[in-house]
Design a protein around this ligand. Structure first.
Ligand code: NAD
Length: 480
């Protein structure tokens, strides 16, 4: 079986504990890798290596740092097939999705920040005849990057790339549930000739290894993506130490469908925004709000299309819906479907686990599930399920749609479908989310600010926002 190692100070390193745990393929139930069970000792080694590498990396200059990132992007492209297969086996997502989304995006992240840093500039403020202020943007130092399991290499690289581009050195931890591609990335860093200590990747459980990163005194900033409860805990630990924090957390996104929408385009995209990656994308629209005049037409057409989605072996090119990432998450999703029934919901399709044949007989599959008849305030419509489960909620007026959409503790993203331009602007401005898609979903321009409000997080990633996060502005005032 594959034995993953930490990547510390440029070297593949076993954990101090010498202990490993197994990583399971959720589509087959079989273990495919052993993962280092790292603790505070490994994190300390990584932080010391990152601290020792910091000044040299920063002072290398942005053009040379950029060249390393672009070289890494090229290596990801060269090894794309292997990385996509690893992502699918580790996570249960359709191989096709990993090939077309996850891995190309990981390469794009390094390319984007490798070239982005070349265009990053700071301001000056002239006090005519009196003084000149200029802003130095200085790398904050050693930073911690902690990422979740749903888009493993995609989100891992989304944090690491801007941190390295900005001149920081990094101690990073992927999710213990999907560590495989992060390990392959460490091999590619070695192949790319990365200087030792610039990027360190430590594997292990959140409460031991992740917690040690958050607490380590050499870590100056933490970029975290994951659940809201974890984010709250990290903020409580890091805030008293005045560490910079970027928190990208959970969501309960509304997909608002007005009667004047382009119905065909909406239906096609709503299937994707509901069930892509088994509904395990923080941006999925898990609450579908439909104007009452088209509610029954929508319900009929949507259920018909959902029933035709192909659930199956993630390695099969025909598969649209793969496996749920882990047993505990699988059980959590099923428990929410049961809760929906007790809260008065009607399961219109799906609603249960699926047993497949052959290699996937022990896999964790759930049929895409659509539920109606729930009140907007019930738990199923308030709490993040993060699986292939959506609810249908009718509304009459724009004001009512807004009240329902905004009526959760989350505020990550929303989607709205309308042909009325004035309404699009009005509703987009009134939604309490960090991202609004109008007549589209997951259309991403990496230059745009990315992040949520309320329980969905603090701070923004993307574009120069991430470079701002990984640098500290210093004003220098010179008297003329
Ligand atoms: P999680 O919070 O359980 O884990 C995320 C990461 O944090 C993992 O690497 C984990 O090991 C680590 N961790 C756990 N406890 C920790 C601790 N005490 N200290 C430090 N690190 C710790 O989240 P998950 O289940 O892996 O991911 C799913 C969640 O991520 C969902 O809520 C989803 O909405 C969210 N998410 C948000 C975004 C976004 O951009 N806003 C993107 C993807 C996923």
């Amino acid at each position: 079986m594959l034995k993953l190692q930490n990547y510390i100070n440029g070297v593949l390193t076993p954990p101090a504990s010498q202990h490993y745990f197994q990583s399971l393929n959720p589509a087959t139930g079989k273990a495919h890798a052993e993962v280092p069970d790292s603790d505070a000792r490994d994190v300390d080694m990584a932080c010391v290596a990152a601290e020792a590498a910091f000044l040299k990396w920063r002072d290398l200059g942005h053009e040379k740092r950029a060249a390393y990132l672009i070289r890494l992007a090229q290596l990801i492209e060269t090894h794309a097939a292997r990385l996509a297969h690893a992502e699918s086996v580790d996570n249960g997502k359709p191989l096709k999705l990993a090939q077309h989304v996850d891995i190309p995006r990981a390469a794009a992240n390094f390319n984007f920040y490798g070239t982005g840093i070349l265009h990053y500039a700071s301001e000056s403020h002239a006090m005519e005849g009196m003084a000149l202020n200029y802003t130095l943007r200085q790398a904050v130092g050693v930073v911690g990057c902690i990422s979740p399991w749903n888009l493993p290499l995609y989100l891992f690289s989304w944090k690491i790339a801007p941190a390295l581009a900005a001149g920081c050195t990094v101690v990073a931890k992927p999710s213990e549930i999907t560590p495989y591609t992060a390990f392959l990335l460490s091999e590619l860093c070695i192949e790319a000739g990365f200087p030792p200590g610039v990027l360190n990747i430590v594997h292990g459980y959140g409460q031991r290894c992740g917690d040690a990163i958050v607490r380590h005194p050499l870590i100056k900033a933490i970029s975290f993506t994951g659940g809201t409860a974890t984010g709250k805990h990290i903020a409580a630990v890091a805030a008293p130490e005045f560490k910079k924090l970027s928190l990208e957390l959970g969501g309960k996104n509304a997909n608002i469908i007005f009667e004047d929408c382009d119905f065909e385009a909406m239906l096609k995209t709503t299937l994707l925004s509901s069930f892509s990656n088994q509904g395990q994308i923080c941006l999925c629209g898990s609450r579908i709000l439909i104007q009452r005049s088209i509610y029954s037409t929508f319900e009929r057409a949507f259920i018909d299309a959902v029933k035709r989605l192909k659930v199956g072996d993630p390695l099969n090119a025909e598969t649209q819906i793969g496996a749920i990432v882990s047993k505990s998450h699988f059980e959590k999703i099923l428990s929410y479907i049961e809760l929906a029934k007790t809260e008065g919901g009607t399961v219109l399709c799906g609603g249960s686990a699926l047993k497949l044949d052959g290699a996937c007989a022990q896999g964790l599959f759930i049929a895409p599930t659509v539920i109606s008849g729930l009140s907007p305030g019930c738990r199923v419509n308030q709490e993040e399920i993060f699986g292939p489960v959506v609810t249908l909620i009718p509304f009459d007026t724009e004001a009512e749609a807004l009240a329902i959409a905004n009526g959760t503790p989350y505020g990550l993203a929303s989607t709205l479908w309308t042909s009325d331009l004035k309404r699009a602007h009005r509703v987009a401005a009134a939604l309490h989310t960090g991202i609004v898609w109008v007549n589209c979903w997951l259309l991403r321009d990496l230059r745009t600010p990315f992040g949520g409000v309320k329980g969905s997080g603090v701070g923004r990633e993307g574009g120069f926002e991430a470079l701002d996060f990984f640098t500290e502005p210093k004003n220098v005032c010179i008297k003329l």
